[in-house]
Design a protein around this ligand. Structure first.
Ligand SMILES: [Zn+2]
Length: 326
């Protein structure tokens, strides 16, 4: 029997790492998800990734599949030709300089492609997701941090040093709070997961009345953005106010992007997209307030179609695109 060709997609995020076996049509045949543990340093994170990929190769071997390439999306700025992390914030201690491509190529002996997770996610949405068939769009991923992938005329825009799309570190408050990157007032510091958790725990300590308290049973360490969004969807007033505020800041960031690039479509992905239609309800007016629709044309803002799988599917899209080009 002829073995089914597939690629291994790897999505390294600040809180979780996912690997998957994906065929050339974007179907996922096997998937594994684990917590990203950065407490033992970058080498241990890398060893964890190698172990997860090895398991995928083994699964492929046992199920009449063959892995033709590995694609990976990682936080931070990636030198995609060398496959080395050229910049990362303190979310990934010791990640700068990590020769990911070399390590994986030596270990698995297949072509390896790596890029920033935001860019990779945009590739996935353009391949089989919410931006399929759209030539000019920006995919914004809001999770632990905020990043984006910019697609212009069907091509991913990387910028001079590969840093294009790092909207999370665009300042939206000149004298705002300090960000992990050392700058002040970054979008990341207002809409990233840790900023949501910080805001909510502070209010809980002050005794705010909210369903969130019942869900975490008084244990502040259990506050997650997901619990906040869930409570907002159930109509909890405090949770709704948090989501509204986050959306307002995100709206400023999106409006800045639209005023710079005038894309046809904005796709929202990452953990924040789990807030669903409610998120769009808050974000759309916040964006509209700051753009001139007469000048830009009607801008579409949509939620990811790939949900949690956007990262691994995008990583597969990267691997397949590079295979086709080589
Ligand atoms: Zn920053």
């Amino acid at each position: 029997m002829k073995k089914k060709r597939c690629v291994c997609g790897v999505d390294l995020g600040g809180t979780k790492t996912a690997t998957a076996l994906i065929d050339f049509h974007g179907n996922i045949h096997h998937k594994t998800k684990k917590k990203t543990d950065v407490s033992d340093g970058a080498k241990s994170v890398m060893a964890g990734i190698v172990g997860m990929i090895r398991d995928e190769f083994e699964y492929a071997d046992n199920h009449e599949m063959i892995v033709n390439a590995i694609g990976m999306g990682s936080g931070g700025c990636i030198d995609k030709d060398k496959g080395v992390v050229s910049y990362a914030t303190s979310v990934f201690p010791g990640w700068i300089g990590m020769p990911i491509k070399d390590i994986l190529q030596k270990e698995f002996d297949v072509p390896v492609s790596i890029d920033n997770d935001g860019k990779v996610t945009a590739l996935g949405e353009g391949w089989i997701g919410a931006a399929k068939g759209v030539e000019n769009f920006v995919c914004i991923a809001v999770g632990t941090g905020v990043t984006s992938g910019i697609v212009i005329s069907g091509e991913l825009y990387r910028g001079y040093g590969g840093y294009a799309g790092e909207i999370g570190h665009a300042s939206i408050e000149m004298n705002g709070v300090e960000c992990d990157c050392g700058n002040y007032g970054c979008l990341d510091a207002y809409v990233g997961a840790s900023s949501i958790i910080k805001r909510v725990t502070k209010a809980l300590k002050k005794g705010v009345k909210t369903k969130i308290n019942d869900k975490i049973k008084g244990d502040l360490a259990k506050v997650t953005p997901q619990i906040v969004f869930e409570s907002a969807q159930e109509g909890d007033e405090f949770a709704l106010s948090v989501l509204a505020e986050v959306s307002k800041y995100l709206g400023v960031g999106i409006a800045n992007l639209i005023n710079t690039l005038n894309p046809e479509l904005i796709v929202l992905s990452g953990g924040l997209a789990q807030a669903g239609e409610l998120l769009l309800k808050f974000v759309r007016p916040a964006v509209k307030q700051r753009i001139n629709v007469q000048a830009t044309g009607q801008i579409n803002i949509k939620l990811t179609k790939l949900g949690e799988e956007a990262g691994v599917i995008g990583a597969a899209a990267l691997a397949i695109t590079n295979m086709e080009q080589s």
